[in-house]
Write a protein that binds this ligand. Structure first.
Ligand code: ADP
Ligand code: MG
Length: 303
């Protein structure tokens, strides 16, 4: 997406033939306008531990960001247990791995979930991308960059754990969202994930979603313990992004294979995820201090 200010600057200075028909004018503007730094926000959803609600948050957050008018690419980057497809009742036949081995085109693997939200099944492809280089596979990266530029948000569901390939995905994203539950094991794993992300990407914006809470006190406690450990031991700030209550509508949606926010839009958990989407949407992307903003995919190949 183009940066609004620089597009306006371009329009103010460009010599555009005012007699052109509107459609031709638009095409000319689009094709000749300078490419600005990337505006696509890549949100990696992690948590360290399995079963904390990462995939459900990724899927439903993508839908809610879409409902706010954004174009969203949902990347299933859980190499081990890719299951976003199961959560929304689609059966992808191909994944990014097939694109990398040139068996399929990106358009063949992408599945439209709504008018604005599409699913990109990662399969083994995401891990493969961490091992190949932009120089040896320039055409793949070019296609991936185009795909990324079409979206306002890329929501990335990641695998549990802190394997090298998972960490590569996390540090390549523009923002990391850590899902934690009130269970002590989840809090410890969330902390371990934050620590490793900050080791490789000290300026990465990190926010916390507390899932499966029974009362507001739960969410406060989880965030406070994580925040004080991160501040005291790692000298970094993390943000509270939101909480999701324990809600039987979530397992019901999983069983029905229909996204929660579609099946039960007024359920407490749906409302909570809607608030998280609004919160993300209203906050401008944090300045990571990077002068040159690179594509997620280029970062992935580099990291
Ligand atoms: N807030 C919640 N309330 C009730 N059940 C939940 C909640 N969040 C997740 N679950 C259940 O936990 C299970 C694991 O969720 P999932 O999103 O697949 O976790 P992960 O991707 O972290 O492994 C699912 O079966 C889901 O129904
Ligand atoms: Mg999952």
């Amino acid at each position: 997406m183009n940066d609004q200010a620089s597009t306006l600057r371009y329009l103010a200075t460009a010599t555009i033939n005012k007699t052109m028909p509107d459609t031709q004018l638009l095409t000319t503007i689009r094709e000749t306008a300078p490419r600005t730094t990337r505006q696509t926000r890549c949100l990696a959803i992690t948590g360290g531990k399995g079963g904390v609600g990462k995939s459900n948050l990724a899927l439903n957050l993508a839908f809610e960001l879409g409902a706010l008018g954004n174009h969203v690419s949902l990347l299933d980057a859980d190499f081990g247990l890719a299951n976003i497809d199961l959560l929304c009742g689609v059966s992808p036949k191909f994944h990014l791995g097939h694109v990398i081995s040139s068996l399929k085109d990106l358009e063949d693997i992408r599945i439209s979930l709504t008018e604005r939200v599409s699913l990109i099944p990662g399969g083994s492809g995401v891990e493969e991308l961490t091992k190949i280089s932009v120089n040896t596979h320039p055409h793949i990266f070019e296609k991936l960059r185009v795909l990324e530029e079409e979206a306002d948000f890329m929501v990335i569901d990641t695998a549990a754990g802190i394997a090298e390939s998972v960490v590569s995905v996390l540090i390549s994203a523009t923002e990391v969202i850590v899902v934690a539950t009130p269970e002590p094991t989840s809090i410890v794993d969330a902390y371990a994930t934050i620590k490793i992300v900050l080791r490789y990407a000290p300026a990465k914006p990190i926010s916390i979603v507390v899932n499966n809470v029974v009362g507001i006190g739960d969410a406060e406690q989880v965030f406070q313990s994580l925040n004080s450990a991160v501040q005291n031991f790692l000298g970094h700030r993390i943000e509270f992004l939101g909480m999701i209550p324990n809600d039987s509508h979530i397992p019901e949606a999983v069983r029905e294979q229909i996204p929660l926010v579609q099946l039960s839009p007024d359920a407490p958990s749906s409302r909570a995820i809607r608030l998280i989407a609004k919160q993300l949407f209203s906050h401008k992307q944090k300045d990571t201090g990077l002068k040159e903003v690179k594509s997620f995919w280029d970062m992935l190949a580099q990291n």
